[in-house]
Ligand binder design. Structure first.
Ligand SMILES: [Zn+2]
Length: 72
């Protein structure tokens, strides 16, 4: 399962993250509280997960790696 990894902090609060799976970067800058940033990046990451890592992606890769025919 992919997760967010903090890449950069400013004044102790995270402003940049990356996806542990595909290393895509996410950053939230501007005058926001840490809580607002967290909320924004979480929402962004959620749609990233749906687009990149959910739609059968990891399951397919695993099936492929194991030499199992893909279910159609
Ligand atoms: Zn990713």
């Amino acid at each position: 399962m992919a997760e967010l990894i903090v890449m950069e902090k400013i004044d102790g609060s995270p402003v940049a993250w990356r996806c542990s799976d595909c290393r895509q970067k996410f950053s939230v800058r501007g005058k926001l509280t840490a809580q607002e940033r967290c909320k924004l990046v979480t929402a962004e990451f959620k749609s990233h997960m749906e687009e990149r890592h959910k739609a059968g992606g990891p399951a397919r890769e695993m099936a492929f790696a194991a030499g199992v025919p893909l279910p159609e």
